[in-house]
Structures are given as C-alpha cells and as structure tokens.
Design a protein. Structure first.
Length: 138
C-alpha cells in the first residue's frame, strides 16, 4: 500500500504505525510486563482506529488497496482474535515453522516426480508434524 502513492501511501503508513503499536503492547504482555486485561483495554482504541483506516482504504481511489482493505474488513473479527484468546499469537510464525520442513525437503530432493509421490510426501510430512506437535515419538 505504501508504495502505491497518494491516499494509499497514507493509509499504508498509518496501518504500519498501528501494527508497530500493537506489537509493542503484545511483546509487553508476552514478557509479563503488562496484564492481559490492560492489553485488552489498550487494544480497543487501536481496533477502532484500524477499522476506520480499513474503511478509508476501501474507498481511497487505488483499486488494489481498496480490494485489500475490503478483504481485511471481511475478516476483521479474525484479525483481533489474539486480543481475546490467550493462546493465539498475532503472527503466523507457528504455521510458518510447521511448513518449513516440507519446504526444505522439497528443495533438497528436487520435489516429487509424480502425483502419487506428491501425495505421499504431503501425507508423511503431515504425520511427522502432527506427531511432533503432540510430543509423540515419530
């Protein structure tokens, strides 16, 4: 958004600044320096401001930014789940870590040579990841 210029750039800058603020508070909660209840109260005005920014972005005159903001607005409840649910983080790091072994395997083996090989690899990686998450012997 920031590189698209005009109103899109302004919206992008404001959303980025807001993300920095959210992560500042999130890190303080995770470190135990701020109580979860205080974190929730701090997030309320940030959430309202974020929703206003997405609303403005969905009408900013830059088609790509408008589309992105409309899609984010459709999922706005999910964007803030980390505020209400203690076990949810505001990042996708857990999912990234889970997929990383598959990416490394595919790159190291030059990928599967058939559709069946692809399904086998997917199945084995799913089994291994699931067992590791459950702290069970692979």
């Amino acid at each position: 958004m920031r590189s698209r210029g005009g109103a899109s750039e302004e919206i992008g800058e404001a959303l980025l600044a807001q993300a920095h603020q959210r992560f500042t508070w999130w890190h303080r909660v995770r470190e135990g320096r701020v109580a979860r209840s205080m974190f929730r109260s701090y997030m309320t005005p940030l959430r309202r401001a974020g929703e206003r920014l997405l609303e403005a972005g969905s009408q900013c005159g830059v088609a790509k930014t408008e589309g992105t903001c409309r899609e984010m607005r459709k999922r706005r409840q999910a964007l803030w789940t980390f505020v209400q649910v203690d076990s949810v983080e505001p990042t996708h790091n857990t999912a990234e870590r889970a997929t990383r072994p598959g990416v490394l395997w595919r790159q190291g083996s030059f990928g599967p040579q058939s559709e069946e090989g692809s399904r086998f690899g997917e199945s084995m990686l799913t089994v291994v990841t699931t067992l590791q998450q459950q702290q069970r012997n692979v």
